[in-house]
Design a binder for this molecule. Structure first.
Ligand SMILES: Nc1ncnc2c1ncn2[C@@H]1O[C@H](COP(=O)(O)OP(=O)(O)OP(=O)(O)O)[C@@H](O)[C@H]1O
Ligand SMILES: [Mg+2]
Length: 508
């Protein structure tokens, strides 16, 4: 049997690793358990030791394991303390019985089949009474613990979830359709949750424990992960996952969701094509990264794009893309690579466009400089609740790192940024693009903004859903007209703006 040591105590020959299917995530490393070298006798002893858990072995039907992993249940059922006790015994025996070091070399299906065999034997020796359904549930749970992310697996398999938020072992929330829901997913205890957090972050070479309790990471599928552990998180390890959407949202999807009107989407497309410098502003989870991704779809295939992110989330479709990611300091406090370092380095990499996942600090200065020095079409996102606030956030971020006069910073901003797109998550959970705003220049010491396109609220329907309209403000020849004309997009732009103008307001 694979993974078990033979009766002479030799580790089995490794099976050649099977390349995972393209859509199958790579098997994560094994849990934090030390494999023990055991001979066949020891395997038997370990198994026999479990006999004291049950009385005489009743008939336990053999588990049938499907070649592919069974589809996960939408949410885990409530489990009893006895279930967890049995699972722990079976799990511990399994860990002692099989050679965990071999698991990393196996593909998931083979490993699952092997684990099923061993679990089946252990259950027979233990002799507890379990229905087939319970055994299958136990096997699924154990496989998830050994191969994946334990109780999180069913949630990770769903593509309709935007966020998974685990607040200690007993509480796990998800966000679906813009609404927060409490699930009945529970972890055995905080230790199991912490092991899973550790497993997740170790895949990207990071660690999380009491001495370094905050960690950003990402799953193999690209989902963004944040872990904050005790003692900072008072009620147990807290894990937040921004799920990666398998089917990337496009502007056409956003139009279907009503996040933007077809004309608004055309305007965004033209902004992307005409190499305007764009700032995407919005609150947490308002859809900034999604929008940035959508706008990069209009970057020409022959442009060299460099992306800089804290946790790589963007999925640009072009061939000529270089992806860069920051690095936190190591335990000795050394080796940190900041966003500023990345943007500065990027300037030496002959970029045509620089895309910054999220501007949080003094790197705002470097991005503006890049925008001001010929890297037209650069883009970034930033947390702010309105285009006006985006400007002042940018200013205060630069003030954090440089002692420049306010007017100089404002002039820099006005000179660099062409467009601010505002994304919002409304109180009904929906996401809307509420402003497409131009940065026109300076008047005195004020940066002048001009809304081109806004979302105007009308009220709400009987179900509490917000109703409103996307309208252009009536400006048909915006400030970036010349850029659009240079890329031969000006007529399309005028048409989209005219078509979406609120008639009674503008032509009365
Ligand atoms: N217009 C939209 N309609 C429906 N869902 C959306 C829309 N835009 C984004 N989403 C979903 O909302 C979630 C959050 O989106 P996104 O990651 O783009 O937000 P964000 O503003 O970048 O968040 P953060 O501030 O955490 O970085 C994702 O699951 C995404 O798929
Ligand atoms: Mg984001």
């Amino acid at each position: 049997m694979f993974g078990k040591r033979d009766e002479f105590g030799n580790a089995p020959k490794p099976t050649p690793p099977v390349a995972p299917a393209a859509d199958q995530p790579v098997a994560p490393p094994q849990p934090n358990v030390q494999p023990q070298a055991m001979g066949g006798a020891a395997i038997r002893t370990a198994m026999e030791q479990t006999q004291n858990i049950g009385a005489a072995a009743p008939h336990i039907p053999e588990l049938k394991v499907q070649a592919t992993a069974p589809p996960p249940a939408p949410v885990a059922s409530d489990k009893t303390p006895e279930y967890y006790a049995t699972k722990k015994t079976v799990f511990d025996t399994l860990i002692e019985t099989i050679d965990m070091s071999q698991l990393a070399e196996m593909d998931n299906e083979t490993t699952r089949a092997e684990i099923a065999d061993v679990v089946n034997e252990i259950l027979i020796i233990q002799g507890g009474i379990m229905s087939i359904a319970e055994q299958e549930e136990l096997l699924e749970d154990i496989c998830n613990d050994v191969l994946g992310y334990g109780p999180l697996e069913p949630l990770l398999a769903r593509d309709d979830i935007a966020d998974i938020m685990v607040n200690g072992a007993d509480k796990c929330y998800i966000e679906v359709d813009g609404k927060m829901e409490l699930t009945n997913i529970k972890f055995q205890d905080n230790e199991q949750l912490m092991n899973i957090c550790q497993r997740i972050v170790s895949q990207v070479g990071r660690r999380v424990d009491e001495s370094s309790p905050i960690c950003d990471a990402r799953l193999m599928d690209g989902s963004r992960v944040n872990v904050i552990a005790p003692p900072l998180a008072i009620d147990g390890p807290t894990l937040t996952i921004r799920k990666f959407k398998k089917d990337k949202l496009t502007l056409a999807n956003l139009v279907n969701f009503g996040s933007i009107s077809p004309e608004g989407s055309t305007i965004l497309e033209i902004i992307g094509r005409s190499r305007c410098n764009v700032l995407i502003s919005g609150g947490t989870g308002s859809g900034k990264t999604t929008l940035l991704n959508c706008m990069t779809q209009f970057v020409d295939a022959d442009e060299r794009v460099i992306t800089c992110e804290d946790t790589a989330e963007l999925q640009l479709q072009q061939d000529h893309v270089v992806r860069l990611e920051t690095r936190p300091p190591n335990l000795e406090g050394e080796g940190e690579i900041t966003m500023r370092d990345l943007i500065k380095n990027c300037l030496r990499m002959r970029p045509e466009r620089i895309i910054v996942g999220e501007v949080r600090g003094p790197e705002a200065f470097d991005l503006l400089q890049a925008m001001n020095t010929g890297h037209d079409g650069s883009m970034g996102t930033l947390h702010a609740n309105s285009p006006r606030e985006a400007i002042s956030r940018m200013e205060s971020m630069i003030t954090m790192g440089y002692s420049l006069p306010s007017i100089t910073i404002k002039e820099m901003i006005a000179g660099a940024i062409d467009i601010i797109v505002q994304a919002s998550r409304l109180r009904d959970g929906s996401r809307r693009i509420t402003h497409i705003t131009e940065v026109i220049g300076m008047e005195g010491d004020v940066v002048v903004l001009q809304d081109l396109f806004t979302y105007n609220f009308d009220g709400e329907d009987a179900n509490g859903n917000i109703i409103g309209r996307h309208e252009s403000t009536g400006i048909v020849k915006p400030h970036f007209w010349e850029k659009a004309r240079y890329y031969n997009e000006h007529e399309k732009l005028a048409e989209a703006l005219t078509k979406s103008a609120a008639l009674e307001d503008n032509f009365a």
